[in-house]
Write a protein that binds this ligand. Structure first.
Ligand SMILES: [Fe+2]
Length: 284
């Protein structure tokens, strides 16, 4: 059992829209996952079914997929109405955009974003083909904000150092999302460096938020409590709160979070850049 204080976690990456991707397969599975997350302190969640752009040949195919996801999400919303044992939840997407041509198809799409915000959760594909800075730049130049999904799980090209590449994404303005399962080594069999990179990202101050990437009952390694407590156990309680409560909470509200280059904070202190609700003075 956890000895940490009560939490108000916001989870911005999960696959809990029933029956639309490789996540929860039914309303019952979705509700059970939501109930489990609420019991672990998740009060707010944006669920993010896959939008696999390379497999959606045309704009019409993208629209059909979005409509399919919206419809299944509405079914879940109706099923959860009135329940007080699940988090408040909204709809987003995890968008597979491996190159600029794919990213350009959707960057300005008004129906895309985490819970109606400007933030797009982007994945580049697990085996990177470049440094993908061009994708980050294109999406940002389109007036959207970028969250890179689980960079600790990618296989980087030999000429690209993972941490340096992540720092480049961040310096361009992207935020970096780490999966909670990475801290306990959940992805080590496929990605041997994922745990080491996840911890390094926290220690270097280049992790911006942690999320479950919950795929329903057939996958483990999705406990927010385990990750939260693992950080606390390493003297990183302030990071745990920032990465699981404050930052994702601010993003879900549509506030602007700005990644800074050198935000390493002493243990126990809240890094200045991480204050929820930090707003850019002007612009879109
Ligand atoms: Fe995902």
């Amino acid at each position: 059992m956890s000895s940490s204080p009560p939490r108000a976690i916001t989870d911005l990456h999960s696959h809990l829209v029933p029956g639309v991707d490789d996540g929860a397969a039914s309303v019952a599975e979705s509700l059970e996952a939501l109930r489990q997350l609420r019991s672990e302190g998740v009060v707010r969640l944006v669920t993010t079914p896959h939008i696999l752009l390379p497999r959606l040949d045309t704009d019409a195919a993208v629209e059909r997929e979005l409509e399919r996801q919206r419809s299944a999400f509405d079914t879940l919303r109706v099923a959860a109405a009135g329940r007080d044992d699940v988090p408040a939840f909204a709809l987003g997407q995890e968008i597979w955009a491996p190159d600029v041509a794919q990213a350009a198809r959707i960057a300005r799409h008004p129906a895309l974003g985490l819970g109606g915000t400007d933030y797009l959760l982007i994945e580049f594909g697990f085996d990177l083909q470049g440094d993908h800075t061009d994708v980050v730049t294109l999406v940002l130049d389109s007036g959207r904000r970028v969250i890179v999904a689980h960079p600790e799980r990618y296989a980087y090209l030999p000429e690209h150092d993972p941490i340096e590449t992540m720092q480049r994404w961040r310096e361009l303005g992207a935020l970096l999302q780490v999966n909670v399962g990475s801290f306990g080594g959940h992805y080590l069999s496929g990605r041997p460096r994922s745990a080491e990179l996840a911890w390094q990202m926290v220690e270097l101050g280049i992790a911006d938020l942690l999320s479950t990437d919950h795929h329903g009952p057939r996958r483990s390694g999705v406990s927010p409590v385990e990750a939260y407590d693992a950080l606390v156990a390493r003297g990183r309680a302030a990071d745990a709160r920032r990465l699981m409560e404050l930052n994702p909470g601010a993003i879900a509200r549509g506030d602007v979070l700005t990644p800074l280059s050198h935000p390493v904070a002493p243990v126990g202190e809240m890094p200045q850049h991480a204050a929820a609700g930090h707003r850019r003075p002007e612009g879109p």
